[in-house]
Design a protein around this ligand. Structure first.
Ligand code: TYM
Length: 349
């Protein structure tokens, strides 16, 4: 059976982007593959080095994984920091990862820019220059720089082939590269090359409803699975729209295209077609469309929301799931790590 690995950082509640970009695939895959789904708590330290309460944040994601339907009997659900083998592999991968290639990754530049408070418009070279500025020398961490090697270690520690992630995950190419590099450095054919996986024929990007870009926790535009009906309605009614098209079959401007993309994701096809036709005939009333969208999002979230509350209250069960997952994940990880140690020339444990 092929192995699947994916993780989510515990930096807040799960939102619709996480669900439709990743968790929906997890649910399909858990029946057919050897799945490892984890909570990337070490990764969250790259942007939240002093988390308020990391145990609680992890518990939140664990409850939400289970509430969405990830089944601990089918998939191994674990907390990244329960599997120390990952760190040792991360160290080996870092020995063969170039500072230059890590600094050039788009997600590093983006996050470094945020941490240095440089606007996106700043020219390319600015990030690198600023990082080395005397006043900034502690601002951007080596942890952030090596995010892609830790992510690669997460994946290849279980020799995964498929990684279900949303469209925003640019680091997958690095994971493939580091797997290949290990093999070529040590002259082995040990790690398979993992590939991103998505349901359907293209990867998903759930848009924000605030005009442009994706939905995200740090973008401040997320609709969370745990949001109640009133909150969902408030968020959706606030979505950016315009005065409507004046020519039939006009191209949709980005904020409008985003509204439609969201509707395509959560609503019935007939609902989408109905509003799309209204748009094409210049008869669209965005107020009606948003009301319908809010209703459909609520219909989708309501049962998950209820299960989240039940799960979160059952601390004993959550502990049991985490313990069981840690054991299974460590078994798989230590098997790989023992072989890695021997390939490099160290004694196996
Ligand atoms: P994180 O926590 O940022 O996101 C978790 C998952 O949610 C997806 N996602 C989206 N998909 C579509 N549209 C959106 N608006 C949207 N927002 C989030 C992400 O693509 C992701 O699949 N680097 C990872 C965590 C990680 C990981 C790994 C993933 C660490 N190690 C190993 C896979 C394998 C991350 O940033 O997750």
């Amino acid at each position: 059976m092929e192995t699947v690995v994916s993780g989510i950082r515990p930096t807040g509640n799960l939102h619709l982007g996480n669900y439709f970009g990743a968790v929906k695939s997890f649910l399909r895959m858990q029946d057919e593959y050897n799945c490892f789904f984890f909570i990337a708590d070490w990764h969250s330290l790259t942007t939240h080095p002093h988390p308020d309460n990391i145990r609680n944040s992890v518990k939140t994601i664990l409850s939400e994984y289970l509430a969405c339907g990830i089944d601990p009997e089918k998939a191994t659900i674990y907390i990244q920091s329960d599997v120390p083998e990952v760190v040792e592999l991360y160290l080996y991968l870092n020995m063969n990862a170039g500072i230059g290639e890590l600094m050039r990754t788009a997600s590093f530049k983006d996050k470094a820019r945020q941490q240095l408070h440089i606007s996106r418009e700043g020219c390319e070279g600015d990030v690198e220059k600023e990082i080395f500025n005397e006043g900034n020398k502690h601002s951007v961490s080596a942890g952030l720089l090596t995010y892609p090697t830790l992510m690669a270690a997460d994946i290849i520690i279980h020799k995964a082939l498929k990684v279900p992630v949303g469209k925003d995950q640019e680091n997958m190419e690095m994971a493939r590269r580091f797997a290949r590099r290990f093999n070529s450095t040590y002259g082995v054919d040990f790690f398979p090359e993992p590939a991103s996986f998505h349901l359907g024929d293209k990867s998903v990007k759930v848009p924000g409803l605030d005009g442009s870009g994706k939905m995200g926790k740090s973008e401040g535009n997320a609709i969370y699975l745990i949001d109640d009906e009133k909150t969902i309605k408030k968020k959706v009614m606030k979505a950016v729209s315009d005065a409507g098209p004046t020519e039939p079959n006009s191209v949709k401007p980005e904020p409008i295209a985003n509204l439609f993309t969201m509707m395509e994701i959560v609503s019935e096809k007939e609902t989408y077609d109905f509003f799309n036709e209204k748009y094409n005939n210049c008869e669209i009333r965005y107020g009606d469309m948003k009301k319908q969208l809010a209703e459909d999002i609520n219909k989708f979230c309501a049962p998950i929301r209820e299960r989240i509350l039940d799960m979160a209250a059952n601390t004993e069960y959550l502990d049991k799931v985490a313990r069981m997952g840690a054991e299974k994940a460590r078994e798989s990880a230590s098997k790989t790590l023992n072989e890695v140690r021997q390939i490099i020339g160290f004694r196996p444990y």
